[in-house]
Every structure is written in structure tokens, then in C-alpha cells.
Design a protein around this ligand. Structure first.
Ligand code: IDC
Length: 526
């Protein structure tokens, strides 16, 4: 182990990629309450993880093939085999290839796939070869556990079935393995850690020395049944028991155009992929509620009921957009929210987003705050515990202005919207500042596209955003669940709203976003 550490240190210095083999690593972006902190910290303490030179671990980034194999090589104490190539992991990769962890066609020694995200089917093969080579699984028993087994190439049956049989893979919320997806660095650690437990390299949770599960599973997972009424403590959304909770899910598109994707089946599909949140975007203008209140109200209620039936939290979004001043329709808003907060007064699932995106000639003090106070009063009279989400100027980007003069009272959160192709580091800094100064922020809408809903998609930028949201414990809903021919849409054009969706139905954006709903649950599967 000591020799290994020295060698790793040399690699680090030479190539400047990895900082050091920390013996008591807590990375600056892996807070104590991160869902995978226990595995990450323990693996770092054992010298299995290094992290980046800036002290970060970037838990939400996809793990690359070279990173994954390198971590395993440390866990299995695999000696690097020196050669000519210059890639920082070339010697380790050569050793892994020689040890039979993978074949040359899977990760060619020329290195062109070393820095790409590793697909799950290959990650599991390498993991099992490295740590649990003798484990086997029975085809008939294990394949039954995997809903999307037909997506798996026969070449990987042996390792994947062995992993399920040995309890290294548990399957995610929807019972799928998603062999072709990548996995985040945190999820990679979680699954490696479980294999290390099975291989008795680290203690299992039954051992007295093992950290208690509370510290592993944080923030709380699950939906309404598990978490009950929400509450805001400091900047953090918490469940009824006071434990941090993070909601991840989809926003609908405008009900007047894509109401079919708020059907019970569409919402059930979304829940099955691991979401615990659904936002019902009820446009006020553009042919929305104000044009057609009766029919729109019915659609909203049907969508909310479907979300509740699927154990999701649900946001009623008063979707002002072209009508940028919330004051313009304050009376209609008051009537709508009175109606809904009366109807759902005993239901812990409901959050109220009272003005999507104020914009134009408006200010926080003059227009938004008085509006918010009035509507909050209306809601609280009927449903005193409900969490209320409040928009702000510049399409809900000005949380710093709201932060200077927040509302009096409990359980208010301030919305923050971004589109990864348009908004970057300066807005991330604004979010960081606001949350670290104690403002409760909820990302009730974000997109992988540009701000107009198309262009891109910008997945690298989106990953940077989600990494920050994870780090800050901020909840989010992605725009949008529909099959419109625009890049922000999560479904491919022509997707049947009422069928069971497979990977093939997801757009590039949808595949990226759906994979991130239940990072913590998904850590169970790879
Ligand atoms: C967009 C839709 C697009 C529609 C347009 C106007 O994606 O199909 O034509 O609205 O109604 C927002 C808004 C959200 C926008 C989205 C993308 O809340 O309604 O949807 N966006 O432009 N804020 C920033 C971006």
C-alpha cells in the first residue's frame, strides 16, 4: 500500500491531474450530508480516491473510463505496467488490460476512450473482474430483476448477473439497469464501495466499526409518503422530521399546448425514472388560464392528482411570462390560489409557485413583494404549512435583490431559473452567494438549452450547474416534459404520452436529466 501511494504521488506530480492520496480526505464539494459522503470519505482515507488539484471531487461529473479503472486499481493494488504512452493513466490501463479486467476492443490501448464517460455495462464488468472475480449469478433468477435486461449485450451477462446476485447492484427505483448510461463519480464510488464491502476490504454496515446508515443516506430520499410536510430551515428544504430533502423532477410545458404530457401515465413514467417532483406549468397568458379558466383548472387538478397518486411533490406554477408584471392579474391569482389551497389544504404534497418569471418594467419592492405578500396571505389562510415559491425580476434570476428584502414568515423559498446554454459562472456565483448567506432557493425551472428553449444541448454546462445544486442541496425541476421539437424538450418528437417510455423515447436532454433524478437511488444500481 505504501509503495502504491508513493507511485501515485509521483503520477500526480508528473501529470498534475490528481492532487494527492489524502488520508483523511473530505473534499470541499462533498459536504458531510452528501448522500455518498461516507463512501467517498472512507475511500479517500484508504487512498483509493484522490480528487482534483483544487481540492474538489466533482461528485456529480460523469466518471471516465480512466478514472474508474484507476480507482479500482488502487482498491485491488494492481501494479501499473510502464510503457510509452503519455496518457496519465496509460500504465494503469495497460495493467488492467493484462489482468483481464477488460478487452482491448472495449477500451483500446491507444487511449481514445480513456477520457470518455464509461458506460455502466463496462463499469460493472471491470468492477466484478477487479474485486469479485469468483462471484456468479443464476441467469433465470437475476435477469428477472432487471426490467431493461433486453438492452444488455450478452457479453456482459456474466458480470451484471453476478453483481445482482451478490447484492453489488440493487436496481434503481424503476427496476432498470440502464446499461448504456454513464454514472457520476459519486455513483461510481457508491457501487465500488459496495463491492469492497462484499469483498471484505472495508467493513459492512453490520460491523460495529462501520459508519451508521444515517450518515450514508442524506439528504432524505423518497417522495411524499417518506417525507410528509415540507418545511424550510435556514436555506435548506427539509422534510417533516426536519431532515434535509432534495426534490428533483420535471416541469410540464404549457398545459394549453402539451397537456397530454401531464396525463396519469406520463407522470407515472416520470416517477418511475426516479423523480419525486412534478411542476404543473399553468401559463396565464398565451392561451392559458386567463383565456380558458375552467378547462385549464380541470387539467391542473388532474395533473396534480396524478402526481400525488405517484408519491410526487407537485408545484402549482402561476406561469406568468409575456405578462411580466404579477400585479396585472393579482385578483385572478388570488382567486386561483384560494381555490387550490382550499382544495389541497390537508395535502402535504403541494407547493405553490405564485409567479413564474416577473420581467419587464417591474421591481421587487414595488410589484413582486406586495403581490407575494398578498397571495401568500391567501394561501396561508387555508393551508398554513404549505411551502410557497416566489419569483423575482429578470425572469427569476435576481435572487440577490429578493435577498435584501425577503418576506416575513416561514416556509418561503425564492426561485432561481437558469438555462445552461445562456447562463454561466457569474450566475452560479450569485446562487452560491445567496444560499451561503442563508436564502432558501428553489430552482423551479432550468433547461439544458439556451434561454429560448432551443440550441445546444449544453450538457457539460448543465453538469456544472447540477454539481453546484447538489453541493448546495438545492431542489430542481427541469423544463420541460413534452415532445416539442426544441432541444429543451425531454422527449423525442412523436413520443406517445401514455406508453411506457424507454431510453429511445428520451431526447438528449431527457436522457441527461432523467439519469439525474435519483442519483442517490441510482447509486444502488451502478
Ligand atoms: C418556452 C417554451 C417554448 C414556448 C415559449 C413561449 O419552451 O416552446 O414557445 O416558452 O411560451 C422560460 C419560461 C418558459 C419558456 C422557457 C424557454 O418560463 O415558459 O418556455 N424559458 O424559453 N424562462 C426562461 C426560459
Amino acid at each position: 500500500m505504501k509503495a502504491l501511494k508513493i507511485r501515485l504521488f509521483a503520477i500526480t506530480v508528473l501529470f498534475g491531474l490528481l492532487l494527492t492520496v489524502s488520508v483523511s480526505a473530505t473534499f470541499r464539494d462533498v459536504p458531510e450530508n452528501h448522500w455518498c459522503a461516507q463512501a467517498i470519505d472512507d475511500m479517500a482515507a484508504r487512498g483509493f480516491l484522490a480528487g482534483y488539484a483544487d481540492g474538489a471531487f466533482r461528485p456529480a461529473n460523469p466518471v471516465t473510463a480512466a478514472q474508474f479503472v484507476t480507482i479500482l486499481s488502487r482498491c485491488a493494488e494492481l501494479e501499473p505496467v510502464p510503457g510509452e504512452e503519455t496518457h496519465w493513466a496509460a500504465d494503469t490501463m495497460r495493467a488492467a488490460l493484462r489482468a483481464g479486467w477488460y478487452d482491448w476492443d472495449e477500451l483500446p490501448p491507444s487511449g481514445e476512450r480513456f477520457d470518455l464517460p464509461i458506460p455502466r455495462f463496462l463499469a460493472v464488468k471491470i468492477l466484478m473482474k477487479a474485486l469479485l472475480p469468483d462471484m456468479r449469478g443464476d441467469y433465470l433468477t437475476e435477469s428477472q430483476k432487471i426490467k431493461d435486461f433486453q438492452l444488455l449485450d450478452g457479453r456482459y451477462y456474466e458480470s451484471v448477473l453476478a453483481a445482482y446476485s451478490g447484492g453489488v447492484l440493487l436496481g434503481d427505483a424503476s427496476g432498470c439497469f440502464r446499461p448504456n448510461d454513464g454514472l457520476s463519480r459519486a455513483a461510481a464510488c457508491a457501487v465500488i464501495y459496495r463491492a469492497l464491502q462484499k469483498a471484505s476490504v472495508v467493513p459492512t454496515p453490520d460491523d460495529e466499526t462501520a459508519p451508521q446508515p444515517e450518515s450514508v443516506v442524506s439528504p432524505a430520499r423518497g417522495g411524499v409518503a417518506e417525507n410528509g410536510w415540507l418545511q424550510v430551515k435556514g436555506a435548506q428544504l427539509c422534510n417533516e422530521a426536519g431532515k434535509a430533502v432534495v426534490l428533483h423532477g420535471m416541469s410540464s410545458h404549457g398545459l394549453q399546448w402539451y397537456g397530454q404530457f401531464t396525463s396519469a401515465e406520463a407522470i407515472c413514467n416520470t416517477a418511475a425514472w426516479g423523480a419525486n417532483l412534478f411542476r404543473v406549468a399553468m401559463y396565464t397568458a398565451e392561451g392559458g388560464y386567463l383565456n380558458n379558466p375552467k378547462e385549464t383548472r380541470e387539467k391542473v387538478i388532474a395533473a396534480a392528482d396524478a402526481a400525488i397518486a405517484n408519491n410526487l411533490y407537485v408545484i402549482f406554477d402561476w406561469h406568468i411570462l409575456s405578462d411580466g408584471n404579477p400585479m396585472s392579474h393579482q385578483d385572478e391569482a388570488a382567486a386561483f390560489f384560494a381555490d387550490m389551497s382550499e382544495r389541497y389544504r390537508d395535502c402535504p404534497a403541494v407547493l405553490y409557485e405564485i409567479c413564474n418569471e416577473p420581467n419587464g418594467n417591474i421591481t421587487w419592492e414595488r410589484d413582486i413583494k406586495p403581490y407575494a405578500e398578498k397571495i401568500a396571505g391567501v394561501i396561508r389562510e387555508r393551508s398554513p404549512r404549505a411551502v410557497i415559491l416566489i419569483g423575482n425580476s429578470t425572469w427569476s434570476q435576481d435572487i440577490h435583490i429578493a435577498a435584501k428584502s425577503p418576506l416575513e414568515g416561514d416556509n418561503f423559498m425564492y426561485t432561481f431559473h437558469f438555462y445552461a446554454g445562456t447562463h454561466g459562472e457569474s450566475l452560479r456565483q450569485r446562487l452560491r452567494d445567496a444560499v451561503s448567506n442563508g436564502l432558501p432557493v428553489f430552482v423551479s425551472e432550468w433547461g439544458t438549452s439556451q434561454a429560448d428553449g432551443s440550441g445546444g444541448v449544453y450538457l457539460e454546462e448543465s453538469a456544472a450547474w447540477l454539481e453546484l445544486l447538489d453541493e448546495l442541496g438545492v431542489s430542481w425541476a427541469n423544463w420541460s416534459l413534452c415532445d416539442k421539437n426544441e432541444t429543451s424538450a425531454a422527449l423525442r418528437p412523436g413520443t406517445a404520452p401514455d406508453a411506457v417510455w424507454t431510453e429511445n423515447d428520451l431526447s438528449e436532454s431527457g436522457a441527461f436529466v432523467f439519469a439525474r433524478f435519483a442519483e442517490s437511488e441510482r447509486s444502488e444500481s451502478a
